[in-house]
Design a protein around this ligand. Structure first.
Ligand code: NAD
Length: 282
């Protein structure tokens, strides 16, 4: 039976360490502050943003929210980002996705100052990650590395398979795992013979968005399973991951639950990135 990689426990370890950093910054007269921009009325985004504000509050990080309506123009969005870039009291800027389709999210990400880009979506920071340089790394992949590290799970030389190639999870995950000397394979919706590839994974990271997609027969014995998916089970209405937890946990060595796995780690690493930005601010 697999050991549970408990994201709530790991996230509280990360956040407790950050509390000391926040206090030290405050003693130096720096009050870490995160500004969150939300455009439109996406119901999931509201929950994510609420969780981020709670985490800030717990750690004594200042939190500012900008709620823009559906009709917001690109110019207005860019002007707001510009204003926040130039505000010395703001250390981290986060643009919650999705935003309305008529707006160009990539242009908005490019506008966020690389020094305040706590989500790691500015192309400069993405490039630095690819080159193995210190930068702001997307919070979910960073959270995955952290939970593995806290549980002493070695990545060097391991076969790591990622399913999903989103800019938010899959692609930065490739670099994170490569930087830890894993041998990395990425699968996606056009991959053929998926089972053959997943069966070879020592570490399997799943970020697809399809409930219970990964079944026991797709997983090697003693594999480490990281389930990023957040789905609502149609029958039970409960939140579940992309992995059939009940059966896969019978063969895996470690597995993250959903909820209570990578979700809390993502928020903890966002806090980590805000503190990092505040430390680097002048
Ligand atoms: P996405 O929704 O942008 O894309 C899905 C990816 O899955 C694509 O790259 C696609 O190629 C791949 N895919 C789809 N069907 C497939 C199939 N049959 N076989 C192989 N690959 C397939 O991805 P995302 O934004 O990374 O989100 C994925 C999931 O992770 C969602 O459930 C999302 O809610 C969740 N998520 C969770 C967190 C967290 O903090 N826990 C953070 C981000 C995303």
């Amino acid at each position: 039976m697999a050991k549970i990689l408990d994201g709530k426990v790991a996230a509280s370890i990360v956040k407790n360490n950050l509390k000391n950093d926040v206090n030290e910054l405050k003693e130096k007269g720096i009050n870490p502050k995160l500004a969150v921009i939300m455009v439109g009325d996406d119901s999931s985004s509201k929950i994510y943003v609420k969780n981020k504000s709670i985490a800030c509050n717990d750690l004594g990080i200042e939190y500012e929210e900008y709620l823009l309506n559906e009709e917001t123009t690109m110019e207005e969005l860019l002007n707001l980002i510009d204003k926040l870039n130039n505000d010395n009291t703001v250390h981290g800027i986060l643009l919650q996705s999705p935003i309305p389709k008529k707006l160009d999210i990539n242009e908005a990400f490019r506008k966020i100052s690389p020094n305040k880009d706590v989500d790691g979506f500015n192309p400069l920071n993405v490039g630095k990650l690819v080159l193995g340089q210190d930068t702001f790394v997307s919070c979910t992949p960073l959270g995955i590395l952290k939970i593995l590290e806290l549980n002493n799970i070695e990545l060097e030389g391991k076969n790591a398979v990622i399913i999903g190639r989103s800019n938010i999870v899959g692609k930065p995950m490739i670099q994170c795992l490569l930087n830890k000397n894993a041998t990395v394979t990425v699968c996606h919706s056009k991959t053929q013979n998926l089972n053959e590839i997943t069966k070879k994974a020592d570490v399997l990271v799943v970020a697809i968005g399809k409930a219970n997609f990964i079944t026991k027969d797709m997983v090697k014995d003693d594999a480490v399973i990281i389930d990023v998916g957040i789905n609502r089970n149609i029958e039970t209405k409960k939140i579940c991951g992309d992995v059939d937890f009940e059966n896969v946990s019978k063969v895996a060595s470690y597995i993250t639950p959903v909820p209570g796995g990578i979700g809390p780690m993502t928020i903890a690493m966002l806090m980590n990135n805000v503190v990092k930005a505040a430390k680097q601010s002048k």
